[in-house]
Structures are given as C-alpha cells and as structure tokens.
Design a protein around this ligand. Structure first.
Ligand code: FE2
Length: 378
C-alpha cells in the first residue's frame, strides 16, 4: 500500500482506542528445542528470574513451559515432550524462535471479534482458563509467518502467571541486569510483503504508521532493507516491519528469511535506564554483541551533539548513539542468540528520543555484513 493511502494516523489512533485498547506486552512465548537449557541461559546470562512452570508435574502431557520475568518482561520457553506435538513442526522449520507475541487487553473476546471482523485469521477462539486464583480469557489471531498474537485478559486472575502453571522457585537465583520492559519487537517479512503486513496492523489492529525507511536510507555497497514502524494508539506496542531490498549481495533480512524458512520475529528490544551497567553485566555473563567499527566514534558527536555519558565508556562497550527531534537514544545489538542466524536482542536506553536509531543503521549494516562474511552468507 502506498503511504498516501494509509489511514489518517489521528483517526486511526482515536479508533484504535475504541476497538482494540492494548495495555502492554503480556508475554513473549518462544518455541525452543530444549526449554530447560534455554531457561538456564536466560536466567544466568540475562538475569531473568524464575516465575512459573508447566509440565508433567502439573498434568501437561505434550509440552513443557518455563516462565521467566525481569521488570515487566515475561518470557515463556516451550518445548514439546514427544514427537506427537505440533510444536515439532515449528521447530523443524524455524529452529528456536518467537511463536507468540501476547498482548495484555481488557477484553480478549472483543479483541478477537473486532480483529477477526476486520480480516484477521483466527489462531484460536476465545477460551476461558480457570484455577483457584480466578480466570483468564485468551484468544489468538495469526500474524506474519507462523507467529501469533494472543490476547490475554487477566483482570479476574490473581495467580502468578496463567491457570495451569505452578509457581517455580528453584534454588538457583540470579541477579537481574536492569532490563525493564519491551520497547519494540521487529518482524522480518518476505520480499514485497512489508506493506501487506503494515496494512494488516493498520486495518486489522488499528495501528498507525509512525516511521518509514527505504533502501535509500539504509544501504551499503552490498545490501539494503526497507522498514516501517507501526504503533498502537497509546504507543505501548511498536512493531517495526522489515523486508529485504535488492543489493549486490544477500541482505541480513534475506539471510534471516532463508534460515528461519519464512517470516518471523527478528529482534526484541529491551529497555534499560542504565545501558552501561546493563551491557556490562550481560557481557560479563557471556552475551555477545555486534562489533562496532572503532571509527564510528570519531565523528559521532558531530552528528548527535552533546550527551550526558562519557564517550570513552560508550566506545568501550560499543554502545551506539542516535538523536531525533525529541532527544537521543543509546542502543546496541546482540549477535543472534540461537544457532541459525535469526533472532537477536537489542538493548535500548531512551533519553527523550522516540525513534529507532536510523542514524546507526549504516554502521550496523556494515557490522552485520562483517558477520555474514564470516558465515559465508553474504
Ligand atoms: Fe530495534
């Protein structure tokens, strides 16, 4: 869809408040090959705290899930318990990856009804789950690839996570790394599909497009991408959507699509209010970040102006800086956290800026291409 045919953002935001009010990101569920090991990784390396568990001990026969939390970020790590589980197909195609981006809503029945009426494909109809702590209503719609949005209505529930889960308090305790909330989650979609999915978020979910980049903004000698950022009415949910753009060599988006075998969640951006402390802690525990060319820092202050932080410390950690009309932001990106070159994380600290680091894309692309070169996938 051409930009001019997108709905008026003010109208969309007003309407969004009417038909799909979203309170925040409820949780992110990843399908993984070994949830026990993944839980240990996200606890020990990332500082997530153990919260809840579901598996054979709770009567779940087909799959096991570990729930971890840090700040407002809740991760659910799920693995099938036998060859019969449908999750195996997902793992076979995609490897470890995000299955569900669950959204916290006041009315999961209405959220499902309104979005399906506007053209969403249902993932599952509204269902009530109960235990001694009350009840939740869940429903789901499909988005890009095999990813789903689950609507979670939990105002009548006082339990730890969801019915069916038991509290999980292992002896192993870890210190957090200062991660507070999900800032945004990026979807990679196939060639020519960006506008289709932006239209989905606009028409089906009432989101508005807030930013767009094209291959003139983000390209190197070899590769390029195009991106648009969709936001819900209150700005708590932001979904940038990327598609590959033609370059002389294979772009990172294309590499992702090839290895994920389709569209999927590319990165999860997690916010902190002290990026130096957060990144220091993550690095000390083994999380690997993208290399930033040293010369990035030679001229950075000319571009972004005055900042509160000492440049030498940012340079030491490879933290990137960008500025928009409203302030600046600090960010950096991990290497892929799974074996296929697919999903990674971003750590972001906003100091007024509401954008996504467009000024850093060039440096990042060069860095990612350096990694692709090593993988032989450029
Ligand atoms: Fe991002």
């Amino acid at each position: 869809m051409a930009e001019s045919t997108l709905p008026n953002p003010e109208k969309v935001i007003a309407e969004a408040a009417d038909f799909l009010p979203i309170l925040g990101t409820d949780h992110i569920e990843l399908y993984v090959g070994n949830a026990k090991h993944s839980a240990y990784y996200y606890m020990s390396a990332w500082g997530f705290q153990p919260l809840a568990y579901r598996g054979l001990e709770t009567g779940a026969k087909d799959e096991v899930s570990y729930v971890l939390r840090q700040g407002k970020i809740t991760l659910v790590l799920t693995t099938p318990l036998s060859s019969k589980s449908h999750i195996n197909e997902h793992l076979k195609a995609h490897g470890d990856g995000v299955k569900s981006i669950a959204l916290w809503v006041g009315d999961a029945r209405k959220s499902w009804k309104e979005t399906v009426a506007r053209g969403a494909e249902s993932a599952f109809e509204p269902v009530v789950r109960k235990d001694d702590d009350g009840e939740v209503v869940l429903s789901g719609i499909k988005t890009y690839g095999e990813t789903v949005h689950v609507f979670v209505e939990r105002q009548n529930y006082t339990g730890t996570f969801l019915p069916g889960y038991m509290d999980w308090n292992p002896d192993f305790q870890v210190k957090d790394t200062g991660l507070l909330y999900v800032d945004h989650m990026v979807g990679n979609v196939d060639w020519g599909q960006m506008n289709t999915w932006c239209r989905f978020y606009a028409e089906v979910m009432g989101f508005a497009q807030i930013i767009s980049f094209d291959d003139k903004d983000i390209s190197t000698e070899y590769t390029a991408l195009m991106s648009k950022v969709m936001s819900n009415g209150n700005g708590r949910i932001k979904f940038p959507i990327n598609e590959p753009a033609k370059g002389r060599k294979k772009s990172q988006i294309e590499e992702y699509i090839d290895f994920y075998e389709g569209a999927g969640c590319q990165h999860i951006a997690l916010a902190t209010t002290d990026i130096v402390a957060t990144v220091s802690a993550l690095k000390a525990r083994g999380v690997e970040f993208l290399y930033v060319p040293e010369n990035y820092y030679d001229t950075i202050l000319d571009r972004v102006g005055e900042i509160d932080e000492e440049l030498a410390i940012l340079k030491k950690h490879g933290i990137l800086i960008d500025r928009d009309d409203e302030g600046y932001l600090l960010q950096l990106f991990t290497k892929p956290v799974v074996d296929r070159p697919t999903m990674f994380f971003e750590i972001i600290q906003r100091k007024g800026a509401t954008s996504f680091g467009k000024g850093n894309f060039q440096a990042l692309f060069e860095s990612i291409e350096r990694e692709q070169e090593l993988r032989g996938t450029l």
